[in-house]
Design a protein around this ligand. Structure first.
Ligand SMILES: O=C[C@H](O)[C@H](O)[C@H](O)COP(=O)(O)O
Length: 269
């Protein structure tokens, strides 16, 4: 993959703050970058939004990991001070502890200045699918009370419509009678030719258990599910469902790292 990458761009670019604005950082000398390098570029770019003294939601996953590393590094260097992190998973909690990032929780800090997290899908309206790493519930609890929610992805995550990647849309459910709940979910989306599968561990085939001791049902759609808000509300009405992985109208900023550099898009809301 031939990619445009300016190695001096990280931490130095200006972010256009106009509503709906797009900013692209083109490169004079294209080089090949791995997907992980693109994730790192997006993660580091997002940390430019972090200011000393902020309460910061710390996302989960291979992209958010880079942002958390960067926050830890800037704290260590004394460039950032007074940061309080609210981790969105046990894994991120451990990572942040290892970086000496001061941590808190929603009970002590019910309002978060800024959250940074990855996504599995991003549609043209900046609606998201999250939770393929299993952390959707804590992520949604934290990111829905964040004044700013910066989403960081490489360009492979961009889709024309939610479900458009053909990969899973996760739903967290209670373990009790999970087959019944899975069947209810599949029936709800029969018009989209939905298949509902319990997420299992690759080797043992035991159910995957979330940080909240729940299960995940992955929904695979062959067609669009239409009105996302209506679909989300219908999922939440099924007893046994805890939360779904659609994050609608939540992202305030989208950072995409890809072939043509880094793009920053602000939501119109
Ligand atoms: O549960 C996982 C989270 O929603 C992640 O933010 C999402 O899966 C994206 O992860 P990654 O950056 O590893 O692709």
């Amino acid at each position: 993959m031939a990619l445009a990458y300016d190695p001096h761009f990280i931490g130095t670019g200006n972010v256009d703050t106009a509503a709906g604005a797009l900013m692209t950082s083109p490169s004079p000398s294209p080089v090949s970058l791995s997907q992980d390098e693109l994730k790192k570029i997006a993660g580091f770019k997002a940390v430019e939004f972090v200011e000393s003294g902020m309460v910061v939601g710390l996302g989960t996953g291979s992209t958010a990991k880079h942002a958390v590393d960067r926050i830890g590094e800037l704290l260590r260097q004394g460039i950032l001070t007074g940061i309080v992190g609210i981790p969105t998973s046990k894994k991120t909690h451990e990572q942040a502890l290892s970086l000496n990032i001061p941590l808190s929780d929603l009970e002590t800090h019910p309002v978060i200045d800024l959250a940074i997290d990855g996504a599995d899908e991003v549609d043209p309206d900046m609606n998201l699918v999250k939770g393929r790493g299993g952390s959707l519930l804590r992520e949604k609890m934290i990111e829905c009370v964040s004044k700013k929610f910066v989403v960081i992805v490489d360009e492979s995550k961009l889709v024309d419509y939610i479900g458009g990647s053909g990969l899973a849309m996760p739903v967290e459910i209670v373990p009790f009678c999970w087959k019944f709940t899975a069947q209810m979910l599949q029936s709800l989306f029969k018009d989209a030719d939905c298949v509902a599968k319990l997420r299992t561990l690759p080797e043992s085939k035991d159910p995957y258990v979330t940080d909240n001791n729940n299960y995940i049902i992955d929904l695979y759609f062959k067609k669009s599910i239409g009105d996302l808000k209506a679909a989300g509300d219908a999922i939440l009405r099924i007893p046994g469902v805890v939360e779904h992985g659609m994050f609608l109208d939540m992202a305030t900023t989208l950072i995409v790292a890809g072939e043509h550099g880094v793009t920053v898009k602000k939501n119109k809301v």
